[in-house]
Design a protein around this ligand. Structure first.
Ligand code: TYD
Length: 414
């Protein structure tokens, strides 16, 4: 529910130590990627999910941290390669990296959160020195089978120093949708400082706060996304650690992301795009309390409209299933209080999730083949960021009279 006064007046910014003003409270939530097996039902832990903005450096962040070992462990079920579009996205990035930043003699690239090797496979295939770092042994195993060199651990000062000792300085350190996950982000930046070559770059991409707020992507708020970056907040954070934000580019993935490039202060010119971005953010007031409060009101409206629609469909005897057991769906289902009475199952292509139950509300996750068996009347698309790819794959569903339900930027039938 949208909140006025903060529940935790003493919540301090994890970047600059100033006070954080809460703007939305989702209440108690389970771990977003904590898909449960039958035996584990009822053994989940819950924590409070609420989000605020730093009154000084404007970093939007969660007010409570879930320990990283609870979120990212050996059996972490998320796999980056589940989408063809994401595979293309990272292959194209690897291609440009190999031809631009890694064209010198014997270069080294290190990826923080290499998951199943979606990006590094291409680097490995090109015979370029690389190290992936990821705490998930299961994901690392998939990457290793593709020929990717992975260390199963968290990236921080000690692992960065060990990599530097073994391989020397890195020309590029890369991270996609991972850097924002670690509340103690200073430990990651200190690691980057230890490992990065003098003229190297730290390149990372993440969901963009500007899009989240403008398009009501409230389900991007869950335990793993400790920080929701804006260009201004990233620039300030980088400067505190001796880095400069030298470039920022918009990416279409995950509903709108930004690729940031940090370099050691003074080592590279800053692209004029950064200034344009900053002006745009300022003009739109994306971290202004008024904007964030309005965002909160929109979240409450979506909850009301979605639950009303699903109840109405049930009353009319319509069959609705979920599509994509995303991390995002955990926020939606638990915040809206939607369980098996409204959504009896969710289809998902990730083998690690199939046969489990969604966190908190325990909706069974089934393989994509069950989507056709029989086709439902409606499918609620939790993986809306892959809508194009999924719509293309599921034309038969629509031909059979099926309709897609989306809940962002507002509840509607596609
Ligand atoms: P993702 O969009 O990365 O979401 P999040 O970061 O919120 O977890 O995950 C997409 C999920 O949707 C993943 O579990 C795989 C699933 N999926 C399908 O089931 N079918 C598809 O065609 C695609 C593209 C994804």
């Amino acid at each position: 529910m949208a909140t006025g006064p903060t529940h935790e007046p003493d919540c301090r910014c994890r970047i600059c130590g100033s006070s954080v003003r809460e703007f939305f409270d989702f209440g108690m939530q389970p771990v977003a990627n904590g898909f449960v097996s039958e035996e584990q039902l009822g053994q989940e832990s819950f924590f409070r999910l609420s989000v605020g903005v730093c009154t000084n450096c404007t970093m939007v962040q969660l007010t409570q941290e879930v320990p990283r070992s609870t979120l990212f462990h050996a059996d972490y079920p998320y796999r980056s390669s589940g989408s063809a579009i994401m595979r293309e996205h990272f292959e194209s990035f690897a291609h440009s990296l190999l031809h631009e930043e890694l064209s010198g003699p014997d270069p080294l690239v290190v990826e923080i959160g290499s998951n199943d090797g979606i990006m590094l496979k291409k680097v490995s295939d090109a015979g370029v020195r690389h190290v992936g770092v990821d705490p998930s042994a299961a994901a690392a195993k998939v990457a290793a089978a593709k020929g990717v060199n992975v260390r199963v651990e968290f990236f921080e000062e000690s692992s960065a120093a060990a990599i530097r000792d073994e391989y020397g300085p890195a020309d590029v350190i890369f991270s996609a949708n991972t850097f924002s996950h670690i509340a103690d982000i200073g430990s990651v930046l200190n690691g980057v400082d230890i490992l990065l070559a003098g003229d190297g770059t730290f390149v990372f991409e993440d969901r963009y706060l500007g899009d989240i707020v403008a398009k009501n992507y409230f389900d991007q708020i869950y335990d793993e996304h400790f920080y929701l970056f804006s260009v201004a907040s990233v620039r300030t954070m980088a400067a505190r650690h001796g880095f400069e934000l030298v470039d920022a580019t918009r990416l279409p993935v995950h509903g709108g992301s930004v690729r940031y490039v940090l370099a050691r202060a003074g080592s590279r010119p800053t692209h004029p795009r950064v200034e344009l971005f900053l002006r745009d953010e300022d003009g739109n007031g994306i971290t202004a309390m008024e904007t964030l409060t309005r965002f909160g009101e929109n979240i409450d409206r979506i909850r009301h409209d979605l639950v009303t629609l699903l109840r109405d469909l049930r009353a009319r005897g319509k069959h609705v299933v979920g599509y994509g057991a995303t991390s995002k769906s955990t926020t939606v289902l638990n915040y809206c209080g939607i369980g098996t009475e409204l959504i009896p199952r969710i289809c998902d292509s990730t083998p690690e999730k199939q046969g489990t139950f969604t966190p908190g509300v325990h909706i069974p996750v089934t393989p994509p083949e069950t989507f056709h068996d029989p086709f439902p009347d409606y499918a609620l698309l939790f993986a809306w960021n892959h809508a194009e790819e999924i719509f293309e794959k599921e034309t038969e569903f629509v031909r059979n009279g099926g309709e897609w339900i989306l809940y962002v930027p507002r509840v509607h039938i596609h």
